[in-house]
Design a binder for this molecule. Sequence first.
Ligand code: NAD
Length: 443
Amino acid sequence: MNAPSSQRAPDANDRPVPSTRVSTVERYDFHRVIQSYLDDAARLVNVPDHVRVILREPKNELIVHFPVRMDSGEYRLFKGYRIQHSNILGPYKGGMRYHEHASLDDFKALGAMMTWKCALMNLPFGGAKGGIKFDPRSVSRDELSRITRRFFHALGSNIGPDYDVPAPDVGTNAQTMAWAMDTYLNTVGMVKKEAAMGVVTGKPVSSGGTVGRETATGQGVVHCIAEWARRSRFKLEGKKLIVQGFGNVGSNTAVLLAAHGVSLVAVGDHTGYLYNPEGFNVHRLKQYVAQNGSIAGYANGQKINRDEFFTVQADIFVPAALENQIGASEAEALQVKLVAEGANGPCSPEGEAVLARRGIELLPDVLANAGGVTVSYYEWVQNRRSEIWGIEEVEERLEKAMLDAYERMTQFATTHKCPNRIACYGVALQRLVQVYLDREIFP
Ligand code: NAD
């Protein structure tokens, strides 16, 4: 479709879409999907079977229940998770997600992906993920602070700067990390306070965060797209972009791609979808979302529905919302040349197979959105060394890290004649296998 019809029933933004596509009847088994990518890569790399079996499951699965006093004076019990998948390469590392559909299984998948991502990027970190099952938009700021503080208090010494280092993800941000760090620092001894700031990354710059972290994931996506364009002799100037999810990753990707002359023509979030064939002013849209919490009500765009969004004629699609958004039907509908996965796990295996058949190229999540954890690593290093780096240093290092990993993926894919995603898992697996061969299994 070129231009969505204006005859359509006016429902798209008036009625919030369900916040995941997962049907309650047949649940999308995200963890099984991630395990299958490991199995595929293991067929290409010489992996002792016991190592593959170990890496299919997380090392630790933590569930905590904790009470929080709500503004009404009533108490509500919350359920929090932390999945620690692997720490063979370094401390567990991964985001904290606040979402009403969060589940243990999804965190198992997301935690494992962090292991693959950190290994691919050559970072001295393992993989983890966690969060709380609730809708952060449904509570007040004070309630959000108390929920976050009780959660991190409940995790206690299960996190720490040398053990497990959380970061922001869906529904959390720099403010969440400031509350998390403050809670942790209030539980450690006075003398350890300075050294313990690295307990979380993605903090505000004023509270021990690093410059460049806020935009790092989007910047990493853009480095990958620019490198893909360079290698494919594809001129980015004047090209069109569609983005699903306009939070940290989606908005920063759109803003940074605008500097390459790429215009955003369709965008969606949990409230609905908008279309503007002239191209949105991404700076203004980002500001609007910061003030209003979503794209709903933004004046300079035509409302379209989810199905229409996936048919918009463009060049690049950046999914930057949730997992399992691109199934077979969405992949059939897409009218783009490249899908760059800002989100974790946005393509189902069926969707990915359709993209491959249609010749739509794919930059997989474990590479494309690895800019976030890479700059989180720079933040952690600065905290350890009591250093403050400038933006040039952060940006130079990030670009080199992304391009080096891109090259590792390409070389593996060429050598083994496999898709980019399996190549990323293969590179990561080679690194992990070597450590298991060096250290062997205790005792
Ligand atoms: P965020 O909370 O800042 O933004 C999420 C966006 O997705 C919002 O615009 C929200 O409205 C939208 N959304 C939620 N449900 C949706 C639905 N059903 N349909 C359409 N849009 C929907 O989160 P974020 O940090 O930008 O994370 C987005 C994705 O990127 C996640 O998959 C996350 O795991 C991944 N990621 C984030 C980082 C990071 O540094 N924040 C790093 C790597 C990967």
